[in-house]
Design a protein around this ligand. Sequence first.
Ligand code: ZN
Ligand code: ZN
Length: 196
Amino acid sequence: MKPDAESREGVADTGTVPDSRSDPTRRERRPFTVQVASLRKVAGSIRHEARQGVIGGLAAVGVVVPEASVVDAELELASYPGGIMITGTVRAPWRGECRRCGGPVAGVVAAAVRERFAPAGGSDVDEDAYLFEGDELDLEPLARDAVLLGLPLAPLCAEGCRGLCPQCGTNWNVTECACTPAGDPRWSALDALRDP
Ligand SMILES: [Zn+2]
Ligand SMILES: [Zn+2]
């Protein structure tokens, strides 16, 4: 048997040519792949695509999209003479640690996207565009980038989180501690006047 992509993926060799458009198991494995042949035939054509799938390794400092959680993409594909314009929203759940108290925080990224896909090897190189070959777009890199850009840089468990005491580590959201406040050095002159 020749080592083609099908046999590497463990698909049974039935002797027929696999068709990615009609095989639901393939579609499930590559949920962000979109066929755009009909869309490209007429510039200005528009199609709506809603795709959901797992994207591994989505993480930033102290924040992660939990493994096996579903990334949800609601996108509009519009063909133009140079490629396909994609607009919409990509959503994914995230978990992280509060930057002040270290407690658990969770939320949902809802990242707006507006990106171009251009055919690879085209005459005018569109440097800002994602590339595609043939009539198949892989929207996973777009979804991945959108989620990574949308993850919070420094999440808080609550707007008013009081954080931890820098001296004893007490969680000030839970209780007070007896440590002397460090005080603001700009007021020390006033303190001296008040306290002879
Ligand atoms: Zn906190
Ligand atoms: Zn303390």
